[in-house]
Design a protein. Sequence first.
Lengths: 627, 158
Amino acid sequence: MTAQGIGVPVRRKEDARFLTGQGTYTDDINRHGQVYAHILRSPHAHAKIGKIDTAVAKDAPGVVAVFTGADMQVGGLPCGWLIKSKDGTPMAEPPHPVLAQGKVRHVGDPVAVVIAASRAEARDAAELIEIDYDVLPAAVTAEDALKPGAPQLHDGAPGNLCYDWHIGDKAAVDAAFAKAAHVTRLEIVNNRLVANPLEPRAAIGEFDRGTGEYTLYTTSQNPHVIRLLMGAFVLQLPEHKLRVVAPDVGGGFGSKIFHYAEEAIITWAAGKVGKPIKWTADRSESFASDAQGRDHVTTAELALDKNGKFLALRVATQANLGAYLSTFSTSVPTYLYATLLAGTYTTPAIYAEVKAAFTNTVPVDAYRGAGRPEACFVVERLVDAAARETKIDPVELRRRNFIAKDAYPYQTPVALVYDSGDYAATLDMALKSADYAGFEKRRQEAAKRGKLRGIGIATYIEACGIAPSALAGAIGARAGLYETAEVRVHPTGSISVFTGTHSHGQGHETTFAQIVSDRLSVPIEMVEVVHGDTDKIPFGMGTYGSRSLPVGGSALVKSLDKVVNKGKKIAAHLLEASEADIEFKDGKYTVAGTDKAVPFAQIAFTAYVPHNYPIEELEPGLDETSF
Amino acid sequence: MATVSLTVNGKKATAQVESRTLLVQLLREHLGLTGTHVGCDTSQCGACVVHVDGVSVKSCTMLAVQAEGASVTTIEGLANGNELHPMQAAFREHHGLQCGFCTPGMVMSAVDFAKRNKNPTEHQIREWLEGNLCRCTGYHNIVKAIQAGTEAMARTVR
């Protein structure tokens, strides 16, 4: 470990600019000749659109253009994960238009865009658009939407059902329940929530007539994903003519993973009007258009034997997906949820079924933990309820059912294999930290003051940093999930790192620089971490699901290894030694067993000024990329 | 249109604005001072806090014309050249920020607090922060930073 290496608590590199107002968030960017967009949204949960009259709005002061769904005939917003129902049929995947096509399906559904010289003029003009709405009955809960006779949202989704999916061994679970000494049953609502990063979503679209290139600045956690989805599926723009920049981003919490209609509208319209266009959501728009989280209603049952050992778990969940399929929405209540239902326990048989419904609400997608906290909530609520019902202490009941520390690798009944763990030990640590043994005394003391003191226990396990695999493809992932890192060592030894992950508060500019410092023994001040620009970064899947360090950090280490190994070849040449005898340590290449050494910076310089260099065997330069 | 003349970060500024223009719009869009942020439009989040005549104000809740003749300080005007203001330094030292979006408003609000409370309790800091929302750090380190920044200001600022 170096003075600033992995694990050292250094001050963050990015803080100086954030603390002095020098951060560059999307709305802070202004392009020459920029005009402003306002999105007119549906005030109704469900309605047919008759006539849209934009004539008065088009003549309003400052207005550059008004577009509706009739003007914008492009592809729909795609969904990135295909789920198949129990019977093998693919999920219902109805069109997700960027501007409404004849119907609106949730409050906030975009209907028209007004582009004007100022934000205020765009908003004023939007109020002059006349729309004939034929308001329809709405279904807002999954339960209501799945009932016979419910209002139907999409022609292509009969009964508002997206999919009826399952996982696990139903027969084994039924058999275990039949012989159970005790069954605990719960109805659990995991309520919908709004992600609400402090920075509202924003986008700036720009078109360069000279080169035919589009640029989109956007509040995104993964600009390459946006480039791929918007370019290939919505606007049919080839990737070499489309640049997506996600500059400083003020928090995401999942909600800035997805490709949103506004990004496509702004980019497309910039080409139509020939001027850069900025759109910035206000907070009300965030509530009506950012993908939301959770919204599960679950019936869960746990079967136990007479000693409190879990025999089986049966789960039936109705998941509310909202009006349309947001980018990764379909994976959340399935593979990101039910595969975690084993929790930390040895429950030998698990069966879960999930019905996902379209409703007249804002689309739901991944939010903090995405499915996994929902699974934990189900399991831990059940365990607590079972403890109360069987009068077994909730700590003791958990201990009896933990996967033992010598049972790894552990195959759960719901697909995942756990590699390691010692849950009893971590629970002991938590109980000690919380002074669990002393709780009763504290409770009595609080009661004397008229206060009701409680204590709760939950264990949590999460599968994160999902990486590419044949399994990911087999279960419907439509995206690769790898990551890239380029390490560009400059001639004088300073370093630029280009990562496909994206920091929106996580602090990669510091932590990734620490990885470099750790490996190459350079100060973090000599390392610049570059992210968030498809023109600079080879490729990337961005940041979500706790993937930046396990996936992106691994790619960075691979690139650093390549740099070190190329440096060994150069050092061997300079030191007139065999490559096998060269060691790299503390920023120096040495010949083993001698005092002959050459510093890393000299290797870098030699790579770019290769006068004394093994030029026949080795390319010049010191710039390595890993996928 | 109205003409507004004011002093911003020690420099005189004049702008022609629509009378409905908010102070934050004047700062961000007319004067290019984008360090002051808009997070909620509804005076709740405090990302837009600046000082008007030395007092913290939510600049999304004040018309630009109301600042006629006033002296406004934004986050860009707080540091002394490259030397961070003690409150900025305390936020850095105590990791009182993650994404940085709420940070300018937090710092400006905290500076006003520190001027009014020389030796505050943690409870007083938390009460004061009612008007500033952070979505990332959960306040724990922000409170520590304000405690330290307040002490540092008492030692070094006036």
